[in-house]
Design a protein around this ligand. Sequence first.
Ligand code: PNS
Length: 164
Amino acid sequence: MLKAIYPGTFDPVTMGHWDLIQRAEKLVDHLIVAVLHNPSKHPAFSVAERIDFLRELVQPFANVEVATFHGLLVDFARLQGSTSIIRGVRAFSDFEYEFQMAIMNRKLAPDLETIFLMPKEEYSVLSSKMVRDVGMMGGDITGFVPEALRERIAKRLRNPEDYA
Ligand code: PNS
C-alpha cells in the first residue's frame, strides 16, 4: 500500500495546491495532506481554518485525509507509516529550496522518497503569498483559490479580525 504525505503551510490553499492534491490522489493508495503547525511563521489563517478548507475540498476523495503536524516532517511521516513525500515544483525558482529540503529529509530518513509533481502551467506563478497580498488589498482572487472557498478566503483576508 502506497501511503504518501503532501505537507505544506497552505496559508491559504491555492488552485496550485488543489491541482497537486488531485494529481497525487490518483498516484497513491492513501494521501495525507499535512498542514504545518508553526506559529512562529505567523500564518494569516489558523490551523483550524486551513484544515477546514482542505477537508471541504478533499471530502469527495475516500483515500485523502487532512492532518496537522509540528516538528520534523520525517517524524510525522514515520508515525503515519508513510513511504513518500509529495511536493510541487512550479518553476525552476522552486528547485533549489525543494532540492535542499528533499536531500535533508533523505539524510534524516533514507527510506522516505520525495516525489515531485508539476501543477498545471497556469498555476506556475501562483502562491499563497500572492493570494494573501491580493486579497488583503481587496483584489479579486477568482481563479487563484478553489471557487467553493473563494468568498470565505476573500472575506477573511479583507477582515483579518474576523477569526472564523
Ligand atoms: O508550503 P511550504 O511552506 O513550502 O511547506 C514547507 C514544509 C511544511 C513542507 C516544510 O517547512 C517542513 O517540512 N517543515 C517541517 C520541519 C522539517 O521537517 N524541516 C526539515 C526539512 S527541511
